[in-house]
Ligand binder design. Sequence first.
Ligand SMILES: C[S@@+](CC[C@H](N)C(=O)[O-])C[C@H]1O[C@@H](n2cnc3c(N)ncnc32)[C@H](O)[C@@H]1O
Length: 302
Amino acid sequence: MVVLNFQFSIPNSQLFNWYQQGKQDTINHHIPLFELEYLVTELTELTSLDLRFNNHKNKGKISSKISLEELQKLWNLRVEKRCPIQYLIGECHWRNFTLKVTPDVLIPRPETELIIDLALELTQEYSSLQLGKWLDLGTGSGAIAIALADIFPQATIYAVDKSEKALKIAQENALNLGLRSKIKFYHGSWFNPINDLRNNFSGIISNPPYIPSKMVLELQPEVVNHEPKIALDGGEDGLNDIRYLIGNAPNFLINKGFLLLEIMAGQGDMVKELLTKNGNYTNINIYQDLANLDRFAMAQLS
Ligand SMILES: C[S@@+](CC[C@H](N)C(=O)[O-])C[C@H]1O[C@@H](n2cnc3c(N)ncnc32)[C@H](O)[C@@H]1O
């Protein structure tokens, strides 16, 4: 959604009544209250403190970017269609960035923020790797590529996605954040569009689709009904793309270059085995997220 200014003014009493009903909806439909607050505070002049302490009660009108009817329509989509709040607002906060998101891209998850910290931490010992080329495979909204451009200001970042629509959003995000000139975007499947860049990358990062096909259907409606299937489905055991990336990354990494993958909890042992059996990797490690679940695999080209 592109909404730029506060062009509407909603009578306070109407907004207040609507908000009370919304609060009831959050209870009835098990939606966290902060999502309703997020919608209201992003689209009207009200802050969460105003909402919590009813600070606005003496105001006659509330400035808003959309009409009360439109606000109601958006909220209905959240409650009835289980549309993720980030798609309704059109953006999400991830690391220190505000990224545009549409149903063409996966909403970047908080745990994926950790893969960037890992990249930073792991390259401390190999600081020359921070200067080279880094590759984000399956860039989606561009989150990882953008964060890499931010933490490795001297590196050149390459970003690939099979979805042309996702790539457009990623490019827009990079432009909005002033990082467009640092990231080269490619459309195509995994390594295909950068096939001439063999033995070139200091690091390859990917958060590929890794959910087993059957499990995709059981995901919460916000995910299965709204987020792109191409971002989720990793085939029968969830490891189709991970297998392919582990098999091909050695052709594209420089000596001691890093492969960093986000994986699903429960895949740690299998991914470690795939990396070990491949025979081209050293320093193979599985890392946990803040909930102590195996969520990242790392290996270096030996
Ligand atoms: C789990 S999402 C990750 C998106 C983003 N990197 C993030 O972390 O939020 C996986 C991404 O891989 C892309 N993808 C799936 N299959 C692909 C393929 N064969 N080649 C390139 N990209 C692919 C999807 O379009 C999607 O954007």
